[in-house]
Design a protein around this ligand. Structure first.
Ligand SMILES: Cc1cc2nc3c(=O)[nH]c(=O)nc-3n(C[C@H](O)[C@H](O)[C@H](O)COP(=O)(O)O)c2cc1C
Length: 268
């Protein structure tokens, strides 16, 4: 295996600014534990200070990633109406559109990674969220997509009841197959350190399309990397999401890419 380049690590070094001051990491770990996909939103606007915080995070992540993530205050036209969201969502108003350069080889992974960081930010602010790749009207999404850009997926975001109602619970059970076991999520050739397991546990709580959890973490010959066997559908988006959660749990950074390696940045 080639050794990891310093440039690749420094390229990612700023990425966690919003996460890695100490108090914030704890908030993100709490958000990872608290987060579940929410599909029924209250008829209330998001408070201005919360929206500004999300906007600030988007500006920061766009700079770091080269993506063109957009906050759409009223994106209801892509959801409301039974046909548009297949009856899965209710009361959707605010969206985050995950848009990037079609030619970017990591566009899907970045959409997942930065989308998940935004979801954790929103969860910490008490908002409900859901990644949505399929059950919305993509053509009617009021976001700006340049000729050289693609919309990967959206995130719904907004005020929700503390506990999901009956209808939301029913949809949750429809989309949420059994939880994946920790042992299914990693491969190792020796006993793994506790920080590695903290990463895997955080990844176990990550959202994934149809709750498939396609990402595997590997600890072999002292190296840690993450991969998906099949790169089709939303699997590379899921890779970015799982890497974000793992990084927060294990305190380190991944290279971009399938089989991208992890470097621990905080010694413990
Ligand atoms: C890339 C991606 C695409 C998704 N697309 C949809 C979707 O189209 N419709 C939907 O209802 N949920 C969608 N979800 C939400 C998943 O169904 C949900 O994350 C999964 O069932 C796990 O449940 P949890 O998020 O509550 O842990 C998507 C999630 C991801 C990560």
């Amino acid at each position: 295996m080639q050794s990891i380049s310093i440039e690749k690590i420094t390229e990612r070094a700023d990425r966690m600014d919003l996460l890695y001051d100490k108090g914030n990491r704890i908030n993100y770990l709490k958000a990872i534990e608290k987060r579940v996909s929410r599909r029924a939103y209250l008829n209330q606007k998001i408070e201005a200070d919360k929206l500004e915080r999300i906007r600030e995070a988007i500006r920061h992540y766009n700079k770091l990633s080269g993506l063109s993530i957009q906050l759409i205050e009223d994106g209801s036209q892509a959801f409301n109406g039974l046909r548009k969201s297949y009856g899965m969502f209710y009361g959707v108003r605010t969206l985050i559109a995950l848009v990037g350069k079609t030619a970017d080889p990591h566009i899907k992974e970045k959409a997942g990674y930065f989308g998940e960081l935004l979801i954790l930010e929103a969860t910490a602010l008490g908002l409900g969220t859901c990644f949505v790749g399929a059950s919305y009207d993509k053509k009617n999404c009021p976001c700006q997509i340049g000729a050289d850009e693609s919309l990967i997926c959206v995130i719904t975001m907004g005020p929700v009841n503390e506990k999901p109602g009956l209808r939301e619970k029913a949809i949750y059970h429809m989309t949420h197959r059994k939880s994946i076991k920790l042992e299914e999520l990693y491969e190792a050739d020796m006993e793994v350190p506790s920080w590695f397991m903290k990463g895997v546990k955080a990844a176990q709580l990550a959202p994934s399309a149809i709750n498939r959890h396609p990402v595997r973490f590997v600890y072999k010959k002292g190296e840690v990397y993450a991969y998906v066997k099949d790169t089709s559908d939303f699997n590379l988006v899921d890779l970015g999401i799982a890497k974000a959660n793992f990084e927060i749990g294990a305190e380190g950074k991944f290279e971009y890419g399938n089989y991208g390696r992890f470097v621990k940045t905080i010694k413990n």
